[in-house]
Unconditional design. Structure first.
Length: 119
């Protein structure tokens, strides 16, 4: 005698057949999954890397301080400014409107970067 599949597993199989992504924490359908990892900018050796990052509108960019010194992420137009990021700390900002967004470290103004947002 065959054992019937548990109800949550049936929902997962049905969603996969329909081409819908499944949330990792449950059995309900979620937004379609993307293969691209969230964009990450590393702060290291008094530089942002990559210095220029291109993303699509609606993307959240995360900066992580891999340096031994504290840094900030500050928009050149002063529309946002992070707290001081010590080693290992992260900060994120969402870019909804296409355009070019320059930023710098307010503690070390020679450190600059740019986010290019496409439609």
């Amino acid at each position: 005698m065959k054992t019937p599949l548990p109800r949550p597993l049936i929902a997962v199989v049905a969603a996969l057949v329909a081409g819908t992504a499944i949330a990792a924490t449950g059995s309900t359908p979620s937004a379609p999954a993307t293969n691209a990892a969230a964009p990450l900018v590393h702060i290291n050796n008094f530089a942002f890397g990559p210095q220029t990052l291109t993303v699509r509108a609606g993307t959240t960019v995360t900066w992580i301080n891999d340096d031994e010194e504290p840094h900030t992420v500050t928009a050149s137009d002063h529309s946002y400014r992070s707290q001081i990021l010590n080693t290992g700390m992260r900060v994120s900002h969402r870019y909804d409107t296409p355009g070019q967004y320059a930023y710098f470290c307010s503690l070390h103004p020679h450190m600059t970067g740019r986010i290019v947002v496409t439609a």
